[in-house]
Design a protein around this ligand. Sequence first.
Ligand SMILES: Cc1cc2nc3c(=O)[nH]c(=O)nc-3n(C[C@H](O)[C@H](O)[C@H](O)COP(=O)(O)OP(=O)(O)OC[C@H]3O[C@@H](n4cnc5c(N)ncnc54)[C@H](O)[C@@H]3O)c2cc1C
Ligand code: SF4
Length: 331
Amino acid sequence: MHPFTLSRATDAAEAIKAHAKEPQLAFIAGGTDLIGLMKDRTTFPEHLLDINHLPDMSRIEVLPDGGLRIGALARMSDVAAETEVRRRFPVIAESLLFAASGQLRNLASMGGNIMQRTRCAYFRDEDDLPCNKRRPGSGCSALHGINRNHAIFGWSDDCVATHPSDVAVAFAALDANVLVHGRSGERSIPFTEFHRLPGSTPERDNVLGRGDLIMAIEVPARVEGRASYYLKLRDRESYEFALVSVAAALAIDDGRIRSARLAMGGVAHKPWRLRTAEAALHGASLQDLDALKAAIATSFIDARPLTHNGFKVELAQRVALRALQVAGERA
Ligand SMILES: Cc1cc2nc3c(=O)[nH]c(=O)nc-3n(C[C@H](O)[C@H](O)[C@H](O)COP(=O)(O)OP(=O)(O)OC[C@H]3O[C@@H](n4cnc5c(N)ncnc54)[C@H](O)[C@@H]3O)c2cc1C
Ligand code: SF4
């Protein structure tokens, strides 16, 4: 393993300054992704700055308007177990409980979770096969290789990877915001703009730069929050990343959909909102399966499956339908 030093941060402003100044410095929280990447020789930080002791970053708070503020250092298991999260936004708690294993969730932080990198096997391969995300300009082994787990939306010839976080899908559906402190102060990034599509620079997963520290994730109060559900399909039941997943949240009037929120995981380089389907679902009856299916299908017209993942196009639509139905039962 590449040698590195480790120190502990106690002041956020100092941590931000150090991160901005030293390109070889990485923040470490739970370490459950970063250490794996270092072992796989995918990333080589020379200095790790332990942010676990920064003050006030582990809190989970209900905001006066009924929204949530989840500190970046809150542990996945704590967020999933929090009564107000479960009551107000079941989709968040469920997406966390379907992620990783109990031991990992106890250690893994929310900030680290949304920063985790793709599980594309070529990216994580110690043999250093061509991978533009790992080594820019080297090519994409998955484009014409084994791409069963890869994207069907928004990919480029330079990268067809998917984003792996489950809770990011729930945050995208709920239009959460990521609160970041950087060199020029604090900013709030809409969740759907936090992760990037690969384009010609797949080495960049998100919009953060040097000196950016995630402080919290804010979820605005949503009428659809309580009638929400997360459904994840995976190859193994014990713990596994999503083949496809859906976060659904609904507001219903007299059995008809007043407002629908739908986002998918396992289909793109970022959580993928089904905005066309959301608009088409407006006014649909939850009993009218044909109407629900037709509305969902409008978001799949521009799906572009790869050689080995054509099955995801149908599977994703079925998962979206089932998630809508369960969310509807909760309304
Ligand atoms: C076997 C296994 C199975 C898994 N299964 C799933 C799954 O099914 N679903 C799922 O969603 N996840 C899954 N995970 C991923 C796991 O949830 C992440 O590894 C974890 O959430 C990362 O959090 P961490 O605190 O350990 O991050 P770290 O590993 O400490 O950090 C990850 C990255 O985030 C950066 N970072 C951390 N905190 C901040 C911050 N506050 N501001 C800016 N940058 C920051 C670090 O610099 C690093 O680049 C799995 C992981 C493993 C090992
Ligand atoms: S899909 Fe992306 S991460 Fe996977 S090999 Fe291609 S460039 Fe690398």
